[in-house]
Design a protein around this ligand. Structure first.
Ligand code: NDP
Length: 449
């Protein structure tokens, strides 16, 4: 296993996030390999860490002043053992091949946990939609799709949204795909309801995270009601996580964006959350604007020189990191535990650095890793694909019910897999083992391809 990790590091030394994700998974599946010696002969680890296909392309587009810009586009088709590649597109200046590969790798196991037939992929661009007009975002999406369209399809690869890619971007991407292919198919998920989207898809990741948290709490005979919660981010996942926490009787004290965070001691209620949605989704503004309407709240500007994230220093019971990768380090994790946090449920992908995960696991708090806890989004994307194939729309209650069942089932799968390998209560091990075994068995069934 060490050889495999060191080969990956040697081959692509700059892909730090990818190394981090691989290292975590390989560490926890060690007992599976010991129990199944044939996996070694079949080189399953070597195959799982190598993408089936990596696409990198130029995206030239013109801004409103007539200036041409060139961004880089990516699509990593990681593994199609259990279904067509499936995973979001991220538009953010930090996007690199390393980030897309780590996300695609995580996606393989996450999708496997949903029990739906979806392989793993991820894509995106270093384009920054912030401050760009609608027309500029549209031209960028069209230029991006002008290359991507030849690699995707409803039975090949079905992208969705992620950071910087919401309903607006999915609309522009879909429009261009339809024009180029001359076909109306479910090639993207997260579509608008009026033209093939699914009810509950926008809410699914955040709602699913809270359903997963409720399942974890239930193992200790506890519930969310009355719990003080820290939420980071203020985008899609953070908004609907907050909404569901409020519905379940919890209190949300914080939200953030890349410029800083707000702390509202009185709690962010439904009305305040609606204001956040208006700031972020309609005005595309900054979270600091919250304090103009609610001056009792405090705004803290992000300081890149700080060695800790002050959002995680507030006293609370539960934490829902929902912004981005590596937003919690070991020091943050230690502070959280000391300040009463006994449940961390990840909306974002890999928000906790490996040293932070160690703190959570060692202290035996309830820690739900992203690949299990935030799988509700891709699960409902899978349900959107099913509805598209049938040319039907399921009612809201039906999709929500299916989402709840899937999250319950993922939780049970993690609990059972960790117990089977003597690591009771370790959701990281449970998620990695269950996701891995499923994918590897499918790969072996299909021969050396
Ligand atoms: P959005 O773009 O809607 O929101 C992202 C939020 O995180 C924004 O508040 C953004 O702030 C903040 N953020 C982004 N990058 C950084 C950074 N480097 N530092 C601090 N804050 C940052 O994205 P989503 O809500 O969809 O995604 C959030 C996380 O959830 C990601 O890790 C994503 O991979 C994961 N996820 C999303 C799913 C989905 O269905 N959407 C499914 C599963 C996982 P700002 O406004 O300043 O950019």
């Amino acid at each position: 296993m060490e050889q495999i990790v060191s080969r990956i590091v040697q081959r692509d030394p700059e892909q730090k996030e990818f190394h981090q994700a691989v290292h975590e998974v390989l560490e926890t599946v060690r007992p599976v390999l010991e129990r199944n010696p044939e996996f070694r002969k079949q080189a399953v680890l070597e195959r799982v860490v190598e993408p089936e296909r990596v696409l990198m392309f130029r995206v030239p587009w013109m801004d409103d002043q007539g200036q041409v810009h060139v961004n880089r586009g990516f699509r990593v088709e990681m593994n199609s053992a259990i279904g067509p590649y499936k995973g979001g597109l991220r538009f953010h200046p930090s996007v690199s091949l390393s980030i897309i590969k780590f996300l695609a790798f995580e996606q393989v196991f996450k999708n496997s946990l949903t029990t739906l037939h979806m392989g793993g992929g991820k894509g995106g661009s270093d384009f920054d939609p912030k401050g760009r007009s609608d027309a500029e975002v549209m031209r960028f999406c069209q230029a991006f799709m002008a290359e991507l369209f030849r690699h995707i399809g409803p039975n090949t690869d079905v992208p969705a949204g992620d950071i910087g890619v919401g309903g607006r971007e999915i609309g522009y991407l879909f429009g261009m795909y339809k024009k180029l292919r001359n076909e109306f198919t479910g090639v993207l998920t997260g579509k608008s309801l009026a033209w093939g989207g699914s009810l509950i898809r926008p809410e699914a990741t955040g709602y699913g995270v809270v359903y997963f948290a409720a399942e974890m709490l239930a193992t200790r005979g506890d519930r969310l009601e009355g719990k003080n919660c820290l939420v980071s981010g203020s985008g899609n996942v953070a908004q609907f996580t907050t909404e569901k926490i409020l519905e379940m009787g919890g209190r949300v004290l914080t939200l953030s964006d890349s410029s800083g965070y707000i702390f509202d001691e009185e709690g962010i209620d439904h009305e305040k959350l609606n204001h956040v949605k208006e700031i972020k989704n309609i005005r595309r503004g900054r979270i600091r604007e919250y304090c103009q309407r609610y001056p009792a709240a405090v705004y803290v500007e992000a300081d890149p020189d700080l060695e800790y994230n002050p959002l995680w220093t507030h006293r609370a019971d539960c934490a829902f990191p929902s912004a981005t990768q590596n937003e919690i380090n070991a020091r943050d994790a230690q502070t959280m535990v000391e300040n009463g946090v006994f449940l961390v449920c990840e909306g974002a992908n890999m928000p906790s650095a490996p040293s932070a995960v160690e703190v959570f696991v060692e202290q035996k708090i309830l820690y739900g890793p992203g690949k299990a806890a935030n799988a509700g989004g891709v699960a409902v994307s899978g349900l959107e694909m099913a509805q598209n194939s049938m040319r039907l729309n399921w009612p809201r209650a039906e999709v929500d019910e299916r989402l709840q069942q899937i999250m319950k089932c993922i939780h049970k799968t993690c609990v059972d897999a960790s117990a089977e390998y003597g690591m009771e209560g370790n959701y990281v091990a449970g998620a990695n083992i269950a996701g891995f075994v499923n994918v590897v068995n499918a790969m072996l069934d299909q021969g050396l391809v």
